[in-house]
Design a protein around this ligand. Structure first.
Ligand code: XMP
Length: 516
């Protein structure tokens, strides 16, 4: 892999993604890794990321000069560039001046790194100190008003650096610069493609699983679906997928998994129809937290039962179910410290805590991938587009989109309204612009309306379209009025019990995305 050494700013993930966009596989490692630890990963190249520190700050992350003698191509970015300059004997000055945001640089010698880029270009910078003298043997490639040395390289030693952030889109030729490093500086080939990812993962899954049986909890979401499709491709009918229909799904979702997903992938699927069980458990409850707890608890019980059945059935054929598939993604791995090696699970992200007496080892075929890469792999595997491009949908489903008690009739009403909103948003081509659009039924609120010739006393439906990067914060999406108008007209015409449609114009914070 190309190793991206994380110096503690938020840029490392972005760099890793840009390297992958150049079709070269990358992994993030912490700056606390020793040179030996890095070399143990047999890196094809190393990129030192930006960071919040000054190289002169006490406790500033240190770069071992031995790294530059290992024969591995290295590129330093921002803090990484300065740390590299300092480690190699260049001069880094504490100027006290900051360059921040769009900054003009002038190319004095294109070298390998800046080949085919204009003499004057806008880059995105964020730094205090500046490199005033390049280390011996290095050629200065560019300067800016605050950085006498804004880029350098030593072609023989295959060492490169830039003061700016090529991974940020505001750097006009950033991706080109990264690609020059990867392809020309480090001699790497752009061969990390979804097809190769699939081939590698299939081989890895086969090696891990052998001829044991595997189970997978399918939610209908992107991650569990693509993970299941990969494992299915690797070990075929050794995999059994379990899909719990809790009755809180949107229109067509159960069918999408039961019919389309199975047709596309050939997975062996067990569907548990538990709609009555969830309705019964939810009867009489309208407190959001209570509803969430009930749904979570029932879900775990059902999944446990289903898993035991699969294990028992396999056991009857003399087989052992040893593995559980989990759709863990790379950002989760990085955020939890990048730990390697899967242990027996105690808690399960997607289906809640499984009990200790169900001991499985984990199969996590997506743990090296970002979400958009999972989608690309899913498309390549033939997973239906409706699943691959699905927006986030909460585990408790429509149960937390009915404000009030959940009943069968109310679910019908909400499902109908939600289907209309989704259909119109899709028709307007807005699906990928919107992070998600919860549709909420205010079951305990009634308002007066007039429909046909008569008075109605019905319920409002709330549209909650949001734009977001990660669901931690969100803004309400400015949907075109004519799209809102069609949705409103159709819902009030076509869904009995609903006589009013309202738009939620609250950002998060203060409002959460879901209403409960
Ligand atoms: P909130 O409402 O907290 O939602 O702003 C943030 C994101 O999380 C989703 N969400 C859930 N997802 N189980 C899930 O798998 C849950 O219990 C749950 N609650 C909220 C929500 O749809 C949004 O994307």
């Amino acid at each position: 892999p190309v190793l991206v050494v994380d110096f503690g700013a938020q840029y490392a993930q972005l760099i890793a993604r840009r390297v992958r966009e150049a079709k070269v596989y990358s992994e993030i490692v912490p700056h606390t890794f020793t040179v030996e630890q890095m070399l143990a990963k047999d890196p094809a190249a190393i990129i030192l990321s930006g960071g919040p520190s000054s190289v002169y700050a006490t406790g500033a992350p240190f770069v071992d000069p031995a790294l530059f003698d290992a024969g591995v191509p290295v590129m330093g970015i921002c803090y990484g560039f300065q740390a590299m300059a300092k480690a190699l004997g260049g001069e880094v000055a504490q100027t006290g001046l900051r360059e921040y945001g769009g900054t003009e640089v002038e190319v004095c010698s294109a070298g390998v790194l800046l080949a085919e880029t204009p003499e004057n270009q806008t880059t995105w910078m964020s730094h205090g100190d500046a490199v005033h003298r390049a280390p011996e043997g290095f050629e200065v490639l560019a300067t800016s008003s605050g950085s006498p040395v804004a880029a350098f390289e030593n072609r023989e030693r295959r060492l490169f650096g830039v003061q700016w952030h090529p991974e940020v889109k505001h750097s006009a030729h950033g991706q080109t610069v990264l690609e020059h490093f990867l392809y020309d500086g480090a001699g790497l080939a752009p061969d990390w493609t979804p097809g190769n990812v699939i081939a590698d993962q299939v081989a890895a899954i086969r090696a891990q699983v052998g001829d044991a049986r595997v189970i997978c909890g399918l939610s209908g979401g992107v991650d569990s679906s693509v993970a299941a499709a990969l494992v299915q491709k690797a070990v075929g009918d050794q995999l059994t997928c379990v899909f719990v229909d809790h009755g809180l799904l949107r229109a067509g979702e159960a069918e999408q998994v039961e019919r389309d997903f199975v047709a596309a992938t050939g997975v062996r699927l067990v569907v548990r129809d538990e709609r009555q069980r969830f309705l019964a458990a939810l009867a009489g409850h309208s407190d959001p937290e209570t509803k969430r707890k009930i749904i979570g608890r029932e879900f775990i019980r059902v999944f446990e039962d289903a898993a035991r059945d699969v294990v028992a059935e396999a056991g009857a054929h003399g087989e052992e179910v040893k593995f559980l598939v989990q759709g863990t993604l790379y950002p989760d791995v990085v955020e939890s410290g990048g730990g390697e090696g899967a242990a027996n699970i105690k808690s399960h992200h997607n289906v809640g805590g499984l009990p200790d007496d169900l001991q499985f080892s984990l199969v996590e075929p997506l743990r090296t991938l970002f979400k958009d890469e999972v989608r690309a792999v899913g498309l390549e595997l033939g997973v239906p587009e409706e699943i691959v491009w699905r927006q986030p949908f909460p585990g408790p489903g429509l149960g937390i989109r009915i404000v009030g008690e959940v009943t069968g009739d109310r679910l019908e009403t909400l499902r109908a309204a939600d289907a209309i909103a989704r259909e119109e948003l899709t028709k307007a081509g807005l699906d990928r612009e919107i992070w998600q659009c919860p549709v909420v039924l205010l079951a305990d609120v009634r308002s007066v309306g007039v429909q046909g010739d008569g008075r109605t006393y019905g319920h409002p439906i709330v549209l909650r379209p949001v734009s977001s990067e990660d669901a931690m914060t969100a803004d309400w999406t400015r949907l075109p009025y004519d799209v809102l108008s069609v949705i409103s007209t159709r819902i009030t015409n076509e869904v009995a019990e609903v006589n009013r449609v309202v738009l939620d114009v609250t950002s998060k914070p203060p409002g959460t995305i879901e209403w409960e």
